[in-house]
Structures are given as C-alpha cells and as structure tokens.
Design a protein. Structure first.
Length: 163
C-alpha cells in the first residue's frame, strides 16, 4: 500500500472508509443476555483491497457504535502495519490519542522511528522535539509504547523508560 493510499484511508470519514470495506454483522459472543443473543450488533470490517486488514467490535449493543469502533480499530491496524519511507513529519506532533487525526499521526511517528532505526533521539530531532518530549508522546499510547520497545529490543537497543 503506497503512502497516498494509506494516508487517505487514515483520514477518511467512517462513511468513506466503509465504502472501501466489506461490512459483516453478526451476533456478538459473551455476556449480554437476551438482547445480545437476538440481535446482530457485532460488526466486522474487512478492507477490500487487502483482506488481511480486518477489525471487529461487539462491545456495545448498538450496531452503529460497533461499526464505528471497528473502523477505528482498522485505522489503527493500518497505521501500525503500513510503513512509508522516506518518512513525513506528523501533521500535529502533539495530537491527542482520541483525536480524529491520531491514526495518521501514529503512522507518521512510526515511519520516522523506522527510518531512524528506532533511535528515539534521532527520531525526536527529525520531529523537532526533545528526546524526553518524544518519549512522552510514545508513552501516552500503550500499544505504541509496547511496539516501539519490542522493535528496539530486536535491534539490540535498551527499552525506553519514563522517569
């Protein structure tokens, strides 16, 4: 997947992203009683151009909410797995984890890290922030923090710590 396509998918509204996906609805599993067992509220989305990208959610009773959550999970999965080099700077380096631009920001941060072989000081310099500020940016997202430390460990680098 090229950068333009990845960035377009990450910035797409739910309706636009849904048009690029196959949507499946079914009954959710687990606790929930009669309501869960009678309605098809669980949502699964599969990206049509690459069916290895899929996400699902069944946490809510509303099919609409579950579809929206599944699309958010799909955006995060794309951001975590698709690298585009050379890296671009994130559109807003201090974007909130819940902000609609966060998946694109996340992908760009990972691109910068990959390009700098997960050296957080070099990546911080590329993003024009201090290394401690960069580590704090990584720390606010638990999944990102885990991925970065795992990648650093594979390269023989020490795990990042927050003081």
């Amino acid at each position: 997947m090229e950068r333009i396509r990845r960035n377009t998918l990450l910035q797409a509204s739910d309706e636009e992203l849904s048009s690029c996906c196959r949507l499946e609805f079914c009954r959710g599993s687990g606790n929930g009683g009669q309501k869960r067992n009678k309605t098809s509220s669980a949502a699964r989305v599969v990206l049509l151009e690459d069916e290895s990208f899929a996400a699902e959610d069944c946490t809510e009773r509303s099919q609409h909410s579950n579809r929206s959550r599944a699309l958010d999970k799909l955006r995060r999965r794309i951001a975590f797995e698709v690298r585009c080099l050379p890296a671009e700077l994130p559109p807003r380096i201090e974007c909130s984890v819940t902000h609609e631009e966060y998946p694109l920001n996340l992908a760009c941060l990972l691109d910068v890290l990959e390009e700098n072989d997960y050296d957080h000081k070099a990546a911080a310099t590329a993003c024009q922030v201090t290394s401690s500020a960069f580590v704090k940016l990584l720390r606010r997202d638990e999944e990102l923090w885990t991925k970065v430390n795992a990648a650093r460990e594979l390269r023989g680098l020490y795990k990042l710590k927050i003081n």
